[in-house]
Design a protein around this ligand. Structure first.
Ligand code: GDP
Ligand code: MG
Length: 363
């Protein structure tokens, strides 16, 4: 799972990244800084792993991972960073976006649009994503009729369907509907894979609030647009969270209690990411390794096997599945089989959160 962090200049993207990854990436507060793209791997906390480790006593315990990408902006000119131009490939490859919106006051960090206005900034960023897709669709609509003319007769029907799919998506975008909310047939959708439209990706919005106003809530903003109905929302003070993330865990917990802060930025963002993207974790267990894997909810077992190794999809025979609670109660796979809670499932079995799965593979 790759999540790209986007947002206006000085919204706190790098600070959020640091809060999530306990990283030391430099947050550039003054104009003119150019830095590298930062990639941070975050381990998804999962208490079920500890319980499984108690049963299997494995050599290794490996949590699921989410990769966060912090994309720098070369210019601090008030434009969004990275939507267009050289970082587009990173955005297209991402599974979701973490959109940082500035809600903090900080006179020493000038806002590119001068005033602090989270609703405006959120809309600015969402429309940039829209326009990036529209531009791609418009170019395709101009180019494709020519391609149809030049196509061999037997390729013409496909090329025509391609154009129709692009026109449909373009019309949807013009009506303000992001791709992820458009109703496409499987065939129409397959043409979109070439374009990797950005509005097809889930968006988790992080309101970067003021340290002095941790109670900030997006409810106070007017975010009624239906194009926003499927966004995830998190509010946190990135600066404070980044500082806490650098402290020893015990000390951070004490501060958190004193300040009346709830969940850490990391667990808030991970939970929102799982919810918004529709992820679940399944587990694999054994004496070598107990491990969690994140996949889309209800993904067919055959495809879920591909999360472990791409060859596993091709060689899939069946999956032996036992829900985590049952295995924790039974204390062993053998006992689970005896009690009939360890089941054998086929290719299309939709994977659920907490399934402990053993894939039988023909390699
Ligand atoms: N007061 C305050 N300052 C912040 C907060 N988040 C970021 N900043 C400051 O804003 C400046 C820009 O942050 P940075 O993470 O580099 O923004 P980016 O351009 O979006 O990557 C830095 O000086 C940060 O210290 C916050 O929650 N509160
Ligand atoms: Mg930055």
């Amino acid at each position: 799972m790759d999540i790209a962090i986007i947002g206006l200049a000085q919204s706190g993207k790098t600070t959020v990244f640091n809060a999530l990854t306990q990283g030391t990436a430099q947050a550039i507060g003054s104009a003119g800084g150019v830095s590298e793209t930062h990639i941070g791997v975050v381990k998804v906390p999962d208490p079920r792993l500890g319980v499984m480790a108690g049963i299997f006593n494995p050599k290794k315990v490996t949590p699921a991972e989410i990769k966060y990408w912090d994309i720098p902006g070369a210019v601090h000119d008030g434009k969004s960073q990275g939507i267009t131009g050289r970082h587009r490939n990173v955005l297209q490859a991402a599974n979701a976006f973490l959109l940082v919106v500035r809600a903090f006051e900080n006179p020493s960090v000038p806002h590119p649009q001068v005033t602090i206005d989270p609703a405006r900034d959120l809309e600015t960023m969402l429309s940039e994503i829209f326009f990036a897709d529209l531009e791609v669709m418009e170019r395709a609509v101009e180019r494709l009729p020519d391609a149809i003319k030049k196509a061999k007769p037997e390729e013409r029907p496909t090329a025509t369907r391609h154009l129709e799919a692009v026109q449909k998506v373009k019309a949807g975008l013009e009506a303000g509907i992001p791709l992820r909310q458009q109703q496409l047939t499987e065939s129409e959708y397959s043409f979109m894979v070439n374009y990797q439209p950005l509005t097809g990706k889930p968006v988790i919005v992080v309101f970067n609030t003021d340290e002095s106003d941790p109670a900030f809530s997006p409810d106070q903003l007017n975010l009624a647009a239906s194009s926003m109905s499927d966004l995830g929302f998190v509010s946190l003070s990135a600066k404070l969270e980044a500082e806490l993330a650098m402290m020893p865990a015990e000390e951070a917990a004490e501060f958190r209690q004193d300040l009346g802060l709830g969940e850490s930025a990391l667990s808030q963002v991970i939970r929102a990411s799982y919810q918004t993207v529709g992820l679940v974790s399944f587990l694999t267990v054994g004496e070598d390794e107990v491990r969690a894997w994140s996949v889309k909810k209800d993904l067919p077992a055959q495809e879920a096997a591909g999360a472990i190794h791409t060859d596993f999809t091709r060689g899939f025979i069946r999956a032996e599945v036992i829900p985590y609670e049952d295995l924790a109660r039974c204390g062993s796979l053998v006992q689970g089989r005896k009690e009939g809670v360890l089941r054998s499932e086929g290719k299309t079995y939709p994977v659920k959160d907490g399934d402990v799965i053993h894939f039988l593979i023909n390699v």
